[in-house]
Design a protein around this ligand. Structure first.
Ligand code: ADP
Ligand code: MG
Length: 569
C-alpha cells in the first residue's frame, strides 16, 4: 500500500471530501470500517460534520430526513457488503418517499468480483443498488470523483428527488494523485436545482377547473412540505377560501386548526368533493388509489414535478407538471382573474363536521384521561397539550397504534415538523430520523415511539447521547407489536409472535448512555416529564408504561392483513 506525501500528493478519499464540500455538503451520516475509515477522518478535517452510527440503516434514515428537511441531499457513508446492504434499505425507502439522499459506499476491487472469485466483503454492489434507487454510478478512477459527485447530487435533487447510489472502489479511494492535478478537477456546478416551469396551457386548464368547482378541496402532500411552498399554499387557500386536507407529513404546512382545515373530513371529501387539487401528493394506496370511498365523478388537478405520476390510478383532468413553487406561482397569478364558483355551503358543511369530529376527539381524550393503567389515549391526553404548546419541536412518530393515534390527536402548526413512517408505512425510521432532524435543523425533537418500533433503531439512542442532541424519546410500552396480549397457539411457553415485554424498562437504556430518563405510570407524571425533557434541550428518554391490552392489530390498517386475527383464532 502506498501512502501519499501530503500536501503535494492526495488520495481519492481527499478528492471525494473536497468534491462533496464543493457542492455544499455539510453533514454525513454513516458507519466506518474498511475501506472508508480514513475517508471519514478526511471529511471531518475538511469541515463535514460526521455522525457515526451503530447501524447503517439508521444512518440512512438520518440522511434521508436531512434531505427532506433541507431540500439538499443527505449523505450516507457505508462500508462494503453488509454495511452497504443495511444502508441500501434506507436509500430505497428514501427513493420511495422522494427524499433526496446519496449513499456513498466503499466497494472491493473489481477484478475478483467480475470474475466471481470472491474477496473481502466482495459483492457486486452497483448491480444490487440499481433497481432500488433513482440513479447509481460507480467510480473507478480518482479523476472521475468530482464529476460523479455532481452527477449524484443532480440526480438526487432534480426533478422528483430520490436516493442515489455512488459506488467507489477501494483502489479508487486509495489512488494517489498530485495535489496540483487534483485541484484542477474541482468545479462549482451551475444551477444544481433548476426551476421547472409548467406550461401555460396546463395552468389555464387547472385554473378553469378549480374556478368552476362547487365543492373543491386542496389535498396537500409531503411534496409540498419538501418544496417549502407554505407561503404560496397559504395564499392559495386564503385567497380562494377553498378548504384543505393534509396528508400525514404535510400536517402543519397549514395549521391543523385553521378555519379551512378539513383534516377530519376525509370520507366526506372522498365522497362529495367535485374537484380535488393534489399538491405534491400522490393518489397512492394511502388515498385508496382514488377508488374505494372516492366518488367516481370527482375530477383531479395534480401538481407534481414528475410527468410519470399522472394517470397512475385515476384519470387526471388537469395535470400541472412543474416544480411546486413555479406551478403555484403561475396558478396564483391566473386565479386572480377568475371568480370561484364554490358553493359556500360546502365550507359550512365541512366546518360543521370538523366541529363534531373535534368534540368526539376531545371526548375520547377526556374519557381516557385518567385511566389506570394508561392506554394510548391516556398517554396522548398528557402529551398533546405539551407538544402543541411547543410548536417548534419536530415530532418524529412511528408505531402502529402509536402512529395512528398520535397523528390524529396531536395538531401540528408548523411546516416540516412531523416525520413519520411515510409512504411504505415502515418501522425503523425513528432514531435515525431524530438524529437527522436535530442535526439538519438544530431544533429540538420529540419522538413518540411504539415499543416495537423503538426496538428497530433503539441502539442509536447512544448516538443521540454522544452528539448531545436535544432529542426526547417517548416510548409507549404496551409490550408488543400492536399490543402485549398475543396468544401463542402452540402453548409451548414461548411468547406469541406479536408479544414483546410489557415490563421492559426502556428508561434503563437511557441510563446506560447518561441521558435524563423517566419511567412514568400516570398521565400527570408523563406531562411533567415531557415538559421538563423538552426544556432541558438534552437527550432524554421517557418510558411510558401502558396496559398490555392497549391497542389493536395493525392500528388503522388492519384491513390490509390477508386474514384478520379473529379469523385465525
Ligand atoms: P404524501 O405521502 O404526503 O401524499 P407523496 O410522497 O406521496 O406525498 O407525494 C409527493 C409528491 O410530490 C411526489 O409525487 C413528488 O414527485 C412530488 N414532488 C416532490 N418535490 C416536488 C417539487 N419540488 N415540486 C413538485 N412536486 C414535487
Ligand atoms: Mg407496542
Amino acid at each position: 500500500l502506498q501512502t501519499p506525501k501530503y500536501p503535494n500528493q492526495v488520495t481519492g478519499m481527499y478528492i471525494l471530501a473536497r468534491a462533496l464540500r464543493m457542492v455544499g455538503i455539510t453533514n454525513m451520516y454513516g458507519l466506518v470500517g474498511i475501506p472508508v475509515t480514513d475517508f471519514a477522518y478526511i471529511a471531518q478535517e475538511q469541515g463535514i460534520r460526521f455522525a457515526g452510527f451503530h447501524h447503517e440503516q439508521n444512518a440512512g434514515m438520518a440522511a434521508a430526513t436531512h434531505g427532506y428537511l433541507t431540500k439538499t441531499p443527505g449523505v450516507l457513508l457505508t462500508v462494503s457488503s453488509l454495511g452497504f446492504l443495511n444502508g441500501l434499505t434506507a436509500t430505497a425507502n428514501a427513493t420511495v418517499n422522494c427524499y433526496p439522499m446519496i449513499q456513498i459506499s466503499g466497494s472491493s476491487e473489481r477484478e475478483p468480483i467480475d470474475l466471481g472469485q470472491g474477496t473481502y466483503e466482495g459483492l457486486d454492489q452497483l448491480s444490487i443498488a440499481k433497481p432500488l434507487v433513482k440513479a447509481a454510478y460507480r467510480v473507478n478512477k480518482p479523476e472521475d470523483i468530482p464529476t460523479a459527485v455532481v452527477r449524484a447530487y443532480r440526480a438526487a435533487i432534480s426533478g422528483r428527488p430520490g436516493g442515489v447510489y455512488l459506488d467507489i472502489t477501494t483502489p479508487c479511494l486509495g489512488a494517489i494523485m498530485n495535489m496540483a492535478d487534483a485541484e484542477k478537477l474541482f468545479y462549482k456546478p451551475v444551477d444544481l436545482v433548476p426551476a421547472m416551469v409548467p406550461s401555460e396551457e396546463s395552468v389555464k386548464r387547472a385554473v378553469e377547473l378549480i374556478s368552476s368547482a362547487k365543492k373543491p378541496v386542496f389535498l396537500i402532500g409531503k411534496g409540498a412540505a419538501y418544496a417549502q411552498v407554505e407561503n404560496k399554499v397559504k395564499q392559495l387557500v386564503e385567497s380562494t377560501g377553498i378548504p384543505f386536507y393534509p396528508m400525514s407529513m404535510a400536517k402543519g404546512l397549514m395549521p391543523d386548526n385553521h378555519p379551512l382545515s378539513a383534516i377530519s373530513c376525509r370520507s366526506t371529501i372522498m365522497q362529495q368533493a367535485d374537484v380535488v387539487v393534489l399538491i405534491g401528493a400522490r393518489l397512492n394506496w394511502l388515498l385508496s388509489r382514488g377508488h374505494g370511498k372516492w366518488n367516481s365523478d370527482t375530477k383531479f388537478v395534480q401538481l407534481d414535478i414528475d410527468p410519470q405520476e399522472i394517470d397512475i390510478n385515476r384519470p387526471i383532468a388537469a395535470p400541472v407538471i412543474g416544480d411546486l413553487d413555479s406551478s403555484l406561482t403561475a396558478i396564483l397569478s391566473q386565479l386572480g382573474n377568475h371568480k370561484t364558483s364554490m358553493d359556500p355551503a360546502w365550507v359550512t358543511q365541512l366546518q360543521a363536521e370538523t366541529k363534531v369530529k373535534k368534540a368526539k376527539l376531545d371526548e375520547r381524550l377526556q374519557q381516557n384521561a385518567s385511566t389506570q393503567p394508561m392506554n394510548h389515549w391516556t398517554a396522548l391526553s398528557a402529551i398533546k397539550p405539551v407538544l402543541e404548546s411547543n410548536p417548534d419541536v419536530i415530532l418524529v412518530n412511528e408505531g402502529a397504534n402509536t402512529l395512528d393515534d398520535t397523528r390524529d390527536a396531536v395538531n401540528m402548526s408548523q411546516p416540516r415538523h412531523r416525520i413519520d413512517c411515510a409512504t411504505w408505512a415502515i418501522m425503523g425510521m425513528g432514531m435515525g430520523s431524530c438524529i437527522g432532524a436535530a442535526m439538519a435543523t438544530g431544533k429540538s425533537v420529540v419522538a413518540v415511539e411504539g415499543d416495537s418500533a423503538f426496538g428497530f433503531s433503539g441502539m442509536e439512542f447512544s448516538t443521540i447521547c454522544r452528539f448531545k442532541l436535544p432529542v426526547t424519546v417517548v416510548i409507549f410500552n404496551n409490550g408488543g407489536i400492536y399490543n402485549g396480549i398475543g396468544v401463542n397457539m402452540s402453548n409451548d411457553g414461548d411468547p406469541a409472535p406479536t408479544t414483546l415485554d410489557v415490563n421492559a424498562r426502556f428508561d434503563k437504556i437511557g441510563d446506560a448512555f447518561g441521558a435524563q430518563t423517566y419511567y412514568v405510570t400516570n398521565p400527570a407524571d408523563l406531562k411533567n416529564a415531557l415538559s421538563e425533557a423538552i426544556a432541558s434541550k438534552k437527550p432524554c428518554l421517557i418510558d411510558v408504561q401502558l396496559a398490555a391490552d392497549s391497542g389493536k392489530e395493525s392500528g388503522h390498517i388492519g384491513y390490509l392483513n390477508p386474514a384478520s386475527l379473529q379469523n385465525i383464532t
